[in-house]
Design a protein around this ligand. Structure first.
Ligand SMILES: Cc1ncc(COP(=O)(O)O)c(C=O)c1O
Length: 375
């Protein structure tokens, strides 16, 4: 009845669990910061509405915002100009559009495993095949160079990378970043880097793929996390002009243009004080510690301590699938995300967000402990 490209396509395990959860559940599933946007950003949104900024924006994004982005990235992307930028309806749309632009029928795209839920369906919707590369938990979710190189074939078109990572909370270290950049360059494939959580690192600076001087680089970021505006749907892609232009064109056919008032708010966020983001980072770091301590107290949970993003990804000692365990937890009133939603390597893990309230984290981990004792 429907086109084969949507056979088996579903919303991620994440959304399904959210929808099944009751109102009074403890939510350790949600992937967004705990605060509302900063006051000056909310004011800029309201002001835009009042000033009549309610019409279509240019598909590429407002020129003022793209100029502000060039200022913001000048040090990291020397010579960046407006033509390198596509403002998108969330980075989700930018990532999707990039796959549509780059991937042909039969092409392969290397995606991290465990990795964020969008990369594989986006590859498939573009006619390609997603080939997972392992980020083994025993190596702290860093890249296994041999396995990565073995996954490359003559059909490989792109490598997707994500750091700080969803679902592992891990930041790729300098060595992993170098390996990925070198492998992409040596094999002349695109490197698509999703750095949505770059504002949230807790142990050392973010190591970006921007600073590697790659020619075939697509960089995807978002206002969602750094400025706590997930619901306003605004992100951006930085790319060589030809790729940025194609992303804008595909964007036009998907959503016509990014939200106008949200762009005015984003401009205020980007050019205003960063103390709100600093506060979020500080509070998230405290919650991260609460999460690490709570998980450490549970015998059946093992954690590679997250160093970034807003997630902990413990494995558990029980012979039950992560989906079954998550369903049991849902019935016991706790929402977590089964590790299997993030690839084969994610099986045997649960994803918990530490953006949740500290008391909810403690309580939720207690429920997980009881469930594991019962298995
Ligand atoms: C790693 C990662 N990339 C991209 C996104 C998409 O963010 P948005 O579409 O809100 O910009 C998310 C959202 O959870 C994410 O976790």
């Amino acid at each position: 009845m429907f086109a084969s490209r949507v056979d088996g396509l579903d919303v991620s395990g994440i959304r399904k669990l959210f929808e099944a959860a009751s109102k009074d559940s403890i939510h350790l599933g949600i992937g967004e910061p705990h605060l509302q946007p900063a006051d000056h950003v909310l004011a800029a949104y309201h002001d835009a509405l009042d000033a009549g900024e309610n019409k279509y924006s240019p598909t590429a994004g407002l020129s003022e915002l793209r100029m502000a982005l060039t200022d913001h990235y000048e040090g990291r992307w020397p010579g960046i100009e407006e033509e390198n930028i596509a403002v998108t309806s969330g980075s989700t749309a930018g990532l999707y559009a990039a796959m549509q632009v780059l991937v042909e029928e039969g092409d392969e795209v290397l995606i991290p495993d465990p990795g964020f839920v969008l990369y594989s369906p986006h590859t498939r919707l573009a006619g390609g095949t997603a080939v997972p590369y392992r980020l083994p938990s025993e190596d702290g979710f860093q890249v296994d160079e041999d396995a990565l190189v073995e996954s490359i074939t003559e059909n490989t078109r792109a490598i997707v990378v994500n750091s700080p990572a969803n679902p592992t909370g891990m930041c790729l270290d300098e060595q992993s970043v170098n390996v990925l950049a070198d492998v992409a360059e040596d094999h002349d494939v695109w490197l698509l880097t999703d750095e949505a959580y770059e504002a949230f690192t807790y142990e050392g600076d973010h190591v970006s793929f921007l600073d590697r001087g790659l020619e075939k680089l697509g960089y995807f970021n978002t206002f969602s996390k750094r400025y706590a505006m997930t619901g306003w749907r605004l992100g951006y892609a930085l790319a060589p002009p030809a790729l940025a232009e194609k992303i804008r064109i595909v964007g036009y056919h998907m959503y016509a243009a990014p939200s106008t008032p949200a762009q005015h708010a984003a401009l205020a966020a980007l050019t205003g004080p960063e103390d709100h983001t600093d506060r979020m980072r500080r509070e998230l770091n405290e919650r991260r510690q609460v999460t690490i301590d709570a998980i450490d107290r549970v015998d059946g949970l093992n954690l590679v301590n997250p160093t970034g993003a807003i997630y902990a990804f413990p494995s558990y000692d029980a012979s039950i699938s992560s989906m079954e365990l998550s369903m049991q937890l849902l019935e016991a009133g706790v929402v977590v995300v089964p590790g299997s939603a993030f690839g084969d390597e994610g099986e045997g893990h649960l994803r918990l967000t530490f953006a949740a309230d500290p008391s909810a984290i403690e309580e939720g981990v207690g429920v997980i402990q009881k469930a594991l004792e019962g298995t």
